[in-house]
Design a protein around this ligand. Structure first.
Ligand code: D5M
Ligand code: ZN
Ligand code: FE
Length: 515
């Protein structure tokens, strides 16, 4: 029994009252979110004023009074506008399947302790060489790319012969149905012309190309060191059967809580936490909850401070340490048998450039004190049972959405699919997404993941691509004025639950109260 709970019970007895077993259990649950001593003080005050005298305090009676007391106490304390709702619905016994099984979690990649960029020119070069060489390797595994030559070899070929090169796109100029590309490998560079007179298909592909991507080009050697593209090939993912867990364990994939924002959806998020505790929803939903062994948060836990112009007006909590303390109040209510994995996003207190190390200990302290947390960098790879998850906040999705046709903020799954095809999480260097030139490119998608989980876009979407389950996990923040201006229309409060045994997704909408 906690110290406070002990004191609450002693106080009750000293006042001449007894809590029966169920009432005690209820108080015990409540004490996770509320001060039980203060509550019992209020309850006893109220009991004394009642016309009928009672000695034993029963659960139903306690529930009724506590509910009244809490709403009165909340009215008195408007300074705590977004604290979690107390767990008031602890009647039925909830037996969690996930409680009886052992967690099976292995961190496969985490950049946190490997980050060492200093920003020198040499590092910048090393970074791009590393990117080129490693993506080239993926490309060369393809049957249709194997025989690619260096750019300088291709330039030696006679006019009108077929050539095949691998290179990084360093420039792209579009003129109606023509696209001019500058493509470089480690020794040479060349101009590639893409024209509709070759094929419409290849022009479409050229429109999709992002700067700094590494791709293969099939071409015809033209005059004056010009290559005329016939096809563009991305490294892509091998077609494969995903790994699955041998038992029915589930993971709840979430992101973008934005705690501290006035738009943070406290009620809905509290419902999600209640649901994890088996205290929300019908039997069907409770059955789903009972299988949840992992909660993964893909960044933007807090809204942060000074992240976008005019943010201060949108903040309910203006101190970032306070924001993390509020996060800890929520996550401490997640049952102990559930493992929690977090990575930072662009609103968190990590450095902004990718890869981001784990949220600094200074800020994450209240979280780690509240419960066990796997706090990793962005991006990271973890294995849950047999299933590999690539976790990435998703900042570069902004660049993908802005650059390629037929992909927008409402279709983050398509943008994520494009990243998989590119085998890179943040292809464009020097646009909206800041990238630190580390010696090793941490943003390369080295291992084909079974699940690719990102957030950032605030729109829940999922799909499967070549055996990988793509999930964008939406958000817990209503549309801000800033997002309205940017044309971002979020659909917050819906959680994709993934059955790791089948990789099936069940979205649960916590905006609906299911009352
Ligand atoms: O990002 C939430 C959403 O808002 C996401 O879809 C990107 C979009 N967003 C954020 N900042 C910008 C800017 N500067 N321009 C355009 N769109 C933006 P979040 O990371 O939660 O703020
Ligand atoms: Zn966000
Ligand atoms: Fe974000």
């Amino acid at each position: 029994m906690s110290d406070k709970l002990q004191r609450a019970v002693s106080f009750t007895i000293a006042a001449g009252y007894q809590l029966d077993k169920q009432a005690f259990d209820f108080l015990n649950t409540l004490s996770q979110t509320e001060d039980p001593v203060k509550l019992m003080e209020e309850v006893i005050k109220k009991i004394k004023n009642l016309p009928q005298k009672t000695l034993f305090i029963q659960r139903s009676f306690l529930e009724e009074i506590v509910e009244k007391t809490l709403s009165e106490m909340k009215e008195e304390k408007p300074s705590l506008p977004i604290s979690p709702s107390p767990i008031l619905e602890a009647k039925k016994i909830f037996h969690a399947y996930a409680k009886d099984i052992d967690a099976d979690i292995k961190v496969i990649e985490d950049p946190t302790d490997e980050i060492c960029e200093t920003g020198s020119v040499e590092e910048y070069l090393e970074y791009f060489q590393n990117r080129f060489q490693r993506i080239q390797r993926f490309l060369r595994r393809r049957m249709d790319v194997k025989d690619a030559t260096s750019i300088s070899e291709a330039l030696k070929a006679s006019v009108n012969t077929k050539v095949k090169i691998i290179g990084m796109v360093t420039e792209k100029r579009q003129r109606k149905q023509r696209v001019f590309l500058t493509v470089e490998d480690l020794e040479a560079s060349t101009t590639v012309l893409v024209t509709a007179s070759t094929s419409q298909e290849v022009v479409k592909k050229a429109h999709m190309l992002l700067l700094d991507q590494v791709i293969c080009i099939n071409a015809i050697k033209g005059r004056n060191d010009l290559l005329i593209a016939e096809d563009i090939i991305w490294p892509d993912m091998p077609k494969r059967k995903p790994n699955t867990a041998s038992i029915p364990v589930y993971a709840a994939l979430i992101s973008d809580l934005h705690i501290g924002s006035k738009m943070f959806m406290r009620e809905e998020f509290s419902r999600f936490v209640l649901w994890l505790n088996g205290k929300f929803g019908n039997e069907n939903l409770k059955n789903l909850a009972s299988h949840v062994k992992y909660v993964v948060i893909a960044g933007d836990l807090v809204d942060g401070v000074g992240v976008y112009p005019g943010q201060l007006d949108d903040l309910a909590i203006t101190d970032i340490y306070e924001q993390y303390r509020m996060v800890s109040k929520f996550i401490e209510q997640i049952p102990d048998y559930i493992e929690l994995i977090i990575i930072p996003g662009n609103h968190d207190a990590s450095r902004k450039a990718l890869p981001q190390p784990a949220i600094p200990k200074d800020y994450a302290k209240p979280l780690c004190e509240a419960r066990k947390v796997y706090s990793l960098g962005n991006p990271s790879t973890v294995r849950l049972h047999e299933v590999e998850l690539l976790l990435y906040h998703g900042r570069s999705l902004d660049d993908v959405v802005a650059s390629i046709p037929n992909v927008n903020f409402q279709t983050p799954d398509k943008a994520m699919k494009f990243l998989l095809q590119s085998r890179h999480l943040a292809p464009v260097y020097g646009k909206k997404t800041p990238i630190a030139p580390e010696k090793k490119d941490f943003m390369i998608i080295e291992r084909p993941p079974d699940i690719f989980h990102a957030g950032h876009v605030h729109v829940i979407k999922y799909d499967t691509y070549r055996g990988t389950l793509i999930v964008n996990s939406g958000s817990w923040q209503k549309q801000t004025e800033f997002q309205k201006k940017m044309g971002v229309a979020p659909n917050p409060g819906i959680v994709p639950i993934v059955n790791l045994q089948t990789l099936q997704v069940t979205p649960i909408n916590f905006v609906t109260s299911y009352a």
